[in-house]
Design a protein around this ligand. Structure first.
Ligand code: ADP
Ligand code: TRP
Length: 317
């Protein structure tokens, strides 16, 4: 029996942190055997926020290194960048022509930008249609995401339905979002959600001194005996029974507990960091992975586009 198709994308927007790792990256690696995985770098989406050639280029390479270092296998799965498969933007245009403005105005991301009084580019407004194309080109059945992306997957599903209805066809498979719920949001060192945009992260490939610095500056409140923010991060990497025994033994001793977390975090990160450094010595290796993945993705996407062109009436030969 063929495997279900799973697809996920990530914007090349900066250094990965342990929130990204436990929220998405680790899951992607684990799901590689069960699903046929497509994983792509959403570099055209990122143009909405990054307009610096060197930064974008480096961020793209970094993601490939990150994923390979944590065990993502480009032989089993397909890793590529969006800009290598022009069908993504082509299909987004076709979706634009069956999508109304009021429908896109209901998108959370658009509303948030509007409420914040930000100037909104057409690219941001149209984001859900490019994302729908990303998903629908590959007959994706499952899209693993955080809660924040659920609405976007619903947009993709609605768009697939609408296209199939308008063109009386069954070109598109309806995708489901697989919300990764078992895992609570990973808190940052200030107790808010860990996020690049808050500057409260523990980078996934941090050097030992960076880990120490980040862990020692975790905000603790002095009301209880257990430093909750320290405990929550520690729980990601230590089995509960050991963790509870440790926090019981050192009740109220925040410094000791932070030192224990720093040590465990260093042991956890070191092997991945070392693997990543080795891979980073060979940039050609990264480029080859992307090129090959791009070719494989293009083949699949192009087949779908041929079906699309046929049913909309532009395929004449
Ligand atoms: P950031 O907020 O740092 O910019 P992104 O929005 O790029 O992170 O997130 C990339 C992926 O990592 C998404 O799937 C998101 O759900 C997941 N993720 C990000 N931060 C966290 C967190 N603190 N806890 C759990 N998952 C997270
Ligand atoms: N919107 C996602 C994010 O900001 C990235 C993304 C783009 C994506 N296209 C996708 C995720 C398709 C899943 C499927 O994190």
């Amino acid at each position: 029996m063929s495997k279900k198709i799973l697809l996920s994308g990530i914007q090349p927007s900066g250094k990965a942190h342990i929130g990204n790792y436990f929220g998405l990256m680790k899951r992607m690696v684990e799901m590689q055997d069960e699903y046929q995985c497509y994983f792509f770098i959403a570099d055209y989406h990122a143009l909405n926020t990054i307009q610096d050639k060197d930064v974008l280029r480096q961020n793209i390479i970094d993601i490939v290194l990150d994923y390979c270092a944590i065990g993502f296998d480009p032989k089993k799965s397909i890793i590529f960048k969006q800009s290598d498969v022009s069908a993504h933007t082509e299909l987004a245009w076709i979706f634009d022509t069956i999508t109304t403005m009021p429908y896109l105005q209901r998108a959370h991301a658009y509303k948030a930008a509007e409420d914040a009084g930000r100037e909104i580019t057409v690219g941001v407004f149209n984001y859900p249609m490019l994302m729908a194309a990303d998903i629908l080109l590959y007959d994706t059945e499952v899209v693993p995401t955080g809660q924040d992306q659920k609405q976007h997957v619903e947009y993709a599903r609605d768009t697939a339905e609408k296209f199939n209805r308008v063109y009386k066809s069954d070109v598109f498979v309806l995708p489901e979002s697989k919300i990764i719920e078992e895992l609570a949001v990973v808190p940052g060192i200030d107790g808010r959600k860990m996020s690049k945009s808050y500057g409260n992260t523990i980078p996934l490939f941090a050097e030992d001194y960076e880990i120490e610095k980040a862990v020692m500056s975790i905000v603790t409140d002095s009301s209880g005996e257990r430093p909750e923010n320290v405990y929550a991060i520690h729980a990601l990497i230590k089995p509960k029974a050991e963790l509870d025994a440790l926090y019981e033994e050192h009740k109220g001793k925040y410094k000791v507990l932070k030192e224990a977390l720093a040590q465990d975090m260093k042991d956890f990160i070191r092997p991945m960091r070392e693997r990543r450094k080795k891979l980073a010595d060979d940039t050609d290796f990264v480029l080859d992975i992307l090129k090959e993945g791009g070719e494989r993705a293009k083949q699949k996407a192009e087949k779908k586009m041929e079906e699309v062109r046929e049913v909309i009436g532009v395929k004449l030969y």
